[in-house]
Ligand binder design. Sequence first.
Ligand code: LRH
Ligand code: MN
Ligand code: MN
Length: 424
Amino acid sequence: MQLEKSIIDEANHKQQAAHQRKFDFVAADINGLDTIIQKISDFNIAIPSWALGTGGTRFGRFSGGGEPRSLEEKIEDVGLIHALNKSSNSISLHIPWDIPKNAASIKALAAQLGLHFDAVNSNTFQDQPDQQYSYKYGSLHHVDKAVRKQAVEHNIEVINYGIELDSKALSVWLSDGSNFPGQLNMRGAFERTLESLHEIYDALPADWKVWIEYKPYEPNFYSTTIGDWGQSYLLASKLGKKAQTLVDLGHHLGSTNIEQIVSLLLMEGKLAGFHFNDSKYGDDDLTVGSINPYQLFLIFNELVEGMDARGLNHATGIGWMIDASHNIKDPIEDLLQSVEAIKIAYAQALLVDQPALVQAQQNNDVVLAQEILQHAYRTDVRPLLAEARLRSGGALNPLAIYRQQTIRKQLIEERGALAVSTGL
Ligand code: LRH
Ligand code: MN
Ligand code: MN
């Protein structure tokens, strides 16, 4: 289903006066208001194809119904999200969960909804029914060359699908690791991974990147071959310019200073981008900003400062993507919340008085430095986001329209209460 623009306009009209009051209040104190609103408008976050269905855990899966049954329906769901928030103009595919069999028609459908394709993700962490060798003991790091070859070929196949869709990056996450001390020679595992990644790297088109994601544990609980940003960075450095490190916010041990990692990767030109989510315990994949919004703001503060220093365009210089999958929420509602949370943190970071912060740092005025950051963080930027959406033709309040229009109910009627999507 698609959402008529007139429905959005009508709802906006009803909320206009209330919006204007809130907007005028916050706008009065902001320098360079129009530039900031334009930056907020330009900032889009890719939606992963696996987030549109209920995620589930190994203890159960509780579908809300009306899940997309095909890649086409997933694209339609992203189209709905984008029509409402004008901030989600791309989709990232995980292959083989979503195989773009007919690339031309898939691309045409996406284009009709104002969407394009972000990075393509490979999957060598699960065995597929038709594959010859198992990934039980790993893929790109496997001791057996034949298994490594199979995994390399899968990645090259994913690149080829991506080329047809005009994607520009391959995103690789490996579950390769070991469960018990002694199971694996760690140096050997790393060297074999590097060798395999070299073969994949060599298959990348000139204008492509390979994004190397790290994660400390799960599904392996003793060692993971690409376990932290250092290991990912080492691989990316050895591979060359087209290889960079991808930061998934849930892939850090408790209280890791993620903003510092981000700042240094950016400095080295090695920051591929993000998988946004939030976590309390581990790789929880909770809604972005639902647990630690201040950390998200501090990350964006490093990003804005670092990207400005390097002359990078905020909207296009880095891969911005959500990576989450929920068991108990309507996925579309969750994605609307996630995009909003990311853009709130971004907008707050845009408000940081950078020259004043530099001065405070020079003077070692710790109190003032904290005041400057927290002044920006404590500003209610939601009216700025709403204004940016309004100016782009989106909804002042996307979630409210989604509910008022009973979109999930319509999707259940169209697709069925038991419709289950592919993915996690
Ligand atoms: C691994 C991960 C990785 C996968 C996705 C499904 O935990 O974050 O990005 O591709 O989840
Ligand atoms: Mn991820
Ligand atoms: Mn993850």
